[in-house]
Each structure stands twice: as C-alpha cells, then as structure tokens.
Design a protein around this ligand. Structure first.
Ligand code: ZN
Ligand code: ZN
Length: 216
C-alpha cells in the first residue's frame, strides 16, 4: 500500500520530458510501482499533448474533442519509449531501474560507506546524482545535505523519520526545508533509490518547466 506519492509539479515536469536523467529515473521507477501516479501521469500527458497540438496561439480553452482525441492517441501508442527493454516483473527493482543496474539486487556492485551502509552510484548525466542505498535494519541513513531537492524511493524494507514511515514503493520528496534523520525500520534491511540535484541547479527548473501548464 503506497501512501507517499509524486507531486503534481514532478509529474508535470516528467511529462514535459525535461527532468535531469537521475530524477527521470526516480519518477519512472515510482510510476512503475504505483497505479495511482501512472494514472495521474496519463492525464498530464494528455493535457500537455493537447497544448502542443494547439500551437503557439493556443489560448482558446481546450475543446472536449481535442482532449478525447489526445487520450485516444495515447492509448494507441503503447509501448512507450520509456519501457523499451523487457524487464522482469515482480522483482525488487522496478523496470526503469533494471535498465541501469540489471534485473537482480544480487548483481549490484555495492561499496561500503561505513556503519554497514552500502551504496552504488548509478551513472547518469551530471545535473543530478542517483544512488542505490543499502541500509541494515535499525541503522540510520548517513548524513546527507539537502542543498536542493531529494527524492528517496523505497525498494525493499522501510525507513522512518521523526514524522513519517515509508514502505516499499513510497517516495519521499525532500528539499532544503526538510530536516530529518531517516532510520531503516527494524526487521528488514532497507534498499532505497536516492536522487539529489547538484547544488542550485535544480531550483527554479521545476517552476520553469511547469510554467506552460500553469495557465490552464
Ligand atoms: Zn504514486
Ligand atoms: Zn534526506
């Protein structure tokens, strides 16, 4: 049961196709695990597609017919390029992540970062950093700054901080204003995908990307 989801702004920016690669990976991975966000994404894709269809003078309200035509087009264009390779379902790692690190958690090349915690940096474009974290049950997540935005997607086990509990499929959206010390919940070792932006690069990007949609 997933209770922590992507924000509208992140879904809009993902739909617009201009998120940094590492954030794309985190958003796509959550969407692969979450029916609710997949449905929300489809409606953002539809709105964005209809706006593009209207062209630069598209200030008229969208007609009902245009929206329906866009939805039809989306239905008829599966599979999407975001899921081009075959991936194994029901694995710990969602499909988009399997395309970066392989199908199996056992194949991940971990590096120790101390206190039993291990990580693997996933190669992506330089605008942002994606890493897999392995945190033994009951151990605190290593100190990490929140210079900008951070997305943390739980793949196995769970973690909790002062205010909340995050289980498999949950995604935490944190920024500079978030102060927390996540700790892996007792019982099972926790594996997360954590994505952070390089300092100052990501701030302002989302509002900019969302801007064309905000006039709706
Ligand atoms: Zn969701
Ligand atoms: Zn954090």
């Amino acid at each position: 049961m997933i209770t922590h989801h992507l924000s509208d702004k992140l879904l809009m920016a993902y739909s617009a196709g201009s998120l940094p690669e590492a954030f794309n990976l985190a958003v796509a991975s959550h969407i692969a695990m979450c029916d609710e966000c997949r449905a929300r994404l489809a409606s953002f894709d539809a709105v964005g597609g209809a706006l593009l269809d209207q062209g630069p003078e598209g200030r008229e309200p969208m007609t009902k017919g245009a929206l329906e035509a866009t939805l039809e087009r989306i239905k008829s264009t599966a599979p999407t390029p975001r899921q081009r390779k075959s991936v194994s379902q029901n694995a710990t790692l969602p499909g988009p992540l399997q395309q970066y690190v392989g199908e199996d958690v056992a194949g991940i090349k971990w590096r120790s970062v101390g206190n039993g915690v291990r990580q693997m940096i996933i190669p992506t474009s330089a605008q942002a950093t994606a890493r897999l974290l392995y945190i033994p049950a009951g151990v605190a997540v290593p100190d990490h700054g929140h210079g900008g935005m951070e997305l943390t997607l739980v793949l196995q086990g769970a973690f909790e901080d002062q205010s909340d509990w995050f289980g498999r499929g949950d995604i935490e959206v944190a920024d500079e204003s978030t102060e927390h010390q996540p700790v892996a919940a007792p019982g099972a070792d926790c594996i997360c995908l954590a994505v952070t932006d390089a300092p100052l690069k990501f701030r302002g990007l989302l509002p900019r990307l969302a801007q064309p949609f905000l006039g709706i």
